[in-house]
Design a binder for this molecule. Structure first.
Ligand code: DER
Length: 241
């Protein structure tokens, strides 16, 4: 099956297995999560699902959901979510994640932290033994003195050896040739941290990033995953935390 077909399989399965009528759900961002959003819209239209309130994790997911007629709200009125479904850029054996390839990590994290269950949907290419080398870790920072903040990040002990690169072009990374800094939905910059060896302690790395003045949040999602649905050449497997 093509990678798109694998993404569709896990996106649909996550909705079929975890989304119940009468619940509040978080809708993720990216090409895999877009299939989950599509499935919610399809099942609301067919009547298989009723009375869903959805919280989008990006402007582009909000627009996709609006186009499908999915009722939307924000955390201000609905901050007790039954389930959130989202993709990831990397998944380690403990189901810790790198997210933010699409530049939506802040809204994803604030929403997914509010969900009773956080279901991650990936194709098998996202699985790794250790976070970092396979996908640069995105960090959202404020634009003010961003070069100073990048130097502070590079000096963090738990991120030793990382090379911070300011993301240019379109924040969703689908326009790599931009010469202006990419701007997130929240008006901030994204710095991608390139690693040549796995991050030894992703929890400590996340804590040190959050403690760095100028950092809004980062793409290390540790200890958050309830289950990860993986589509591979030999079928679909569900890894539970
Ligand atoms: O930006 C994000 O966090 C996305 O969820 C990303 O991690 C996965 O995007 P993809 O499904 O398009 O690979």
């Amino acid at each position: 099956a093509s990678q798109d077909e694998l993404k569709k399989q896990v996106g649909f399965k996550a909705v079929d297995d975890y989304v119940k009528s009468g619940t509040v759900i978080g809708l993720g961002t990216g090409s895999t999560a877009a299939f989950a959003v599509e499935r919610v819209g399809e099942k609301l239209k067919s009547g298989e699902l009723k009375d869903i309130i959805a919280i989008p994790t990006s402007i582009r997911t909000k627009e996709q959901a609006e186009g499908l007629g999915i009722p939307l709200a924000t955390l201000d009125t609905h901050s007790d979510l039954d389930v959130a479904i989202d993709g990831a850029d990397e998944v380690d054996p403990a189901l810790n994640l790198v997210k933010g390839g699409g530049g939506a990590l802040f809204r994803e994290k604030i929403v997914e932290m509010c969900a009773k269950k956080f279901i991650v949907i990936v194709d098998e290419s996202k699985l790794c033994d250790g976070l970092g080398p396979g996908f640069p870790v995105p960090v959202e920072i404020v634009p003010f003195c961003h070069e100073h903040t990048m130097r502070q990040i590079a000096a963090l002990p738990a991120l030793a050896g990382c090379e911070p690169v300011l993301r240019l072009g379109n924040v969703a990374n689908n326009q790599k040739d931009g010469d202006e800094p990419a701007i997130t939905d929240n008006g901030n910059y994204i710095v991608d941290l390139k690693f040549t060896s796995p991050i030894k302690d992703p929890v400590a790395a996340g804590e040190q990033l959050k403690a760095t003045v100028g950092v809004v949040d980062h793409g290390l999602f540790t200890g958050m995953t309830t289950a990860c649905i993986v589509a591979g050449s030999d079928g679909i497997i569900v890894k539970e935390a």
